[in-house]
Unconditional design. Structure first.
Length: 128
């Protein structure tokens, strides 16, 4: 069963909440319902970051790692790096190349792969 480490942000509180779950949609709904606890008094929590893991133990380890940063700046940097990487991946041009299989244009494939590798390394740097 896949697990998700996620970061929520509240504009009202200007705070982040870090957690993990096996059902992200249900968990966000629960965070935005009135209840006791850190997220219970506000209902404007939005998802700003997520990472998928194959095991619960990996997700717990990553959640603790991010929580131990105790730095709003470092969390914001992680979120921005992930957004930028997502934009790069989405901007990769796709063509069918006649085979019916969609692949990146050959002349830019190496440059794009290098850029993605660079951004992944930056994300890993911020996760240590």
């Amino acid at each position: 069963m896949p697990y998700t480490v996620y970061i929520l942000h509240s504009l009202t509180k200007d705070k982040f909440y870090i957690g993990y779950t096996a059902n992200l949609t249900e968990r966000i709904i629960r965070h935005n319902q009135k209840s006791k606890g850190f997220t219970g008094s506000i209902n404007d929590w939005i998802l700003v970051y997520q990472e998928e893991f194959n095991s619960q133990s990996e997700a717990i380890q990553r959640e603790r790692q991010i929580k131990n940063w105790k730095s709003k700046i470092k969390i914001k940097e992680l979120i921005q790096k992930k957004k930028h990487l997502d934009q790069v991946v989405q901007s990769i041009p796709i063509s069918s190349g006649g085979s019916g299989v969609r692949t990146p244009f050959r002349n830019s494939e190496q440059a794009i792969a290098q850029q993605i590798k660079s951004y992944r390394n930056e994300i890993l740097f911020y996760s240590t």
